[in-house]
Write a protein that binds this ligand. Structure first.
Ligand code: COI
Length: 369
């Protein structure tokens, strides 16, 4: 199958796909990231040859030489996006070109080759078309797509980036990311650990950022909280992100509210959901702003009522309200600790667009097949 990008995908579907009854049992309660579809897409890259050997094959383990560079130096980037069942039974992905563009920027930061946007989108289309039966149709359910790229050159030298890479796409049916659904989470403000420093890899979606987050997340749990909130590395004062998600603050209430998100300084991940919500909030008539928000602003704003709601957003968990905040020297709650009205309105609108229930005014849905 030769695609618009000129790359030929060699389709080698599984002779033994999961029986329908087994698949339906998984789709009834998919959880998050626990089950994978029958196939995967792989594309190889080498310096000199460029992108080659695009294949769709049965989902299977990889065989890697123990000296493969990704295993030692973490040269890896990834994306996360979702495919949704539409009311007419068709399937659409949400803003795949936006993920493709971020993937290119992540690649650049990690010294990796930049996959053309159309090839990234085609690779996802090929997998979703093959495994379309795995796209659930239940409310709040989707097929989570995980494109990623690893350095596959064998060798331990670190004087240059690898010259061989493997790009892949795998897919996993998904229900709610947090087991408690849209119940508000409690957060721990981490002053000891930082996620990203100026000049580092904070705005790239690379595995290393997440590897470095687990200890702080464990500390948050030890402090009795659900999630860690990251502050800036220099002053440990400016609010950046929550776990793997961006944050939003609702200033004021009702139709006069403004939704405010920490501005992108180079150390925050430029989330696709974050970006979509700036547009959706404006469509709904709210003000929008990208600002620096300090921990003192947050505390004072919750206490004097400036901020009525706070929520986190990301592809995996969509929108999750924040109910309470704890740091080494203070604790406070957000609003009445319940999911806020504007938080839930934004959530319903976003999910409505993704699932085809609300008009897609911005051309965000990409039909597959
Ligand atoms: C997302 O919200 O999609 C994320 O990036 C979290 C993911 C790493 C599980």
């Amino acid at each position: 199958m030769t695609t618009a990008s000129g790359l030929t995908f060699d389709l080698k579907p599984s002779a033994h796909p999961t029986p329908a009854a087994e698949r339906e049992a998984v789709l009834a309660n998919p959880g998050f990231g626990r089950h994978f579809t029958d196939h995967m897409v792989t594309i190889r890259y080498s310096e000199g040859r460029g992108w080659y050997d695009a294949q769709l094959t049965p989902y299977a383990p990889l065989e890697l030489d123990p000296a493969t560079m990704v295993l030692h130096y973490g040269q890896e980037i990834f994306e996360g996006l979702k495919a949704y069942r539409q009311p007419d039974g068709s399937v659409a992905t949400f803003r795949p070109e936006t993920n493709a563009e971020r993937f290119r920027r992540s690649a650049r930061r990690l010294g990796m080759p930049e996959l053309p946007v159309e090839t990234f989108v085609e690779a996802i289309d090929v997998l979703v078309a093959q495994d379309g039966d795995w796209v659930p149709s239940g409310g709040e359910q989707s097929l989570y797509l995980r494109p990623f790229m690893i350095a596959t050159e064998v060798g331990l030298g670190i004087n240059r980036p690898a010259q061989e890479y493997l790009f892949m796409v795998i897919a996993s049916p998904a229900g709610a990311y947090f087991p408690r659904g849209v119940n508000p989470v409690s957060v721990w403000l981490s002053k000891e650990y930082v996620r990203a420093a100026p000049g580092g890899t904070g705005e790239a979606k690379c595995g290393g950022n997440y590897a470095a987050s687990f200890l702080a997340q464990a500390e948050a749990v030890r402090q009795g909280c659900d999630q860690v909130v990251w502050l800036d590395a220099v002053e440990r004062r400016w609010v950046e992100e929550m776990g793997g998600m961006n944050l939003y603050f609702v200033r004021g209430t009702g139709d006069a509210a403004t939704v405010v998100t920490p501005q992108l300084t180079g150390t925050l991940l430029p989330g696709v959901t974050r970006d979509s919500l700036l547009t959706i909030a404006a469509d709904l008539g709210y003000g929008t702003a990208e600002e620096r928000i300090s921990t003192e602003d947050w505390r004072r704003g919750n206490e004097d009522g400036e901020f009525s709601e706070v929520f986190a957003c990301g592809t995996a968990a969509v929108i999750t309200p924040v109910g309470s905040v704890k740091s080494a020297d203070a604790s406070w709650s957000v609003g009445d600790g319940q999911p806020g009205e504007i938080t839930m309105r934004l959530r319903q609108t976003l999910v409505g667009i993704q699932t085809g229930e609300i008009e897609d005014r911005h051309g965000w849905l990409h039909r597959v097949g």
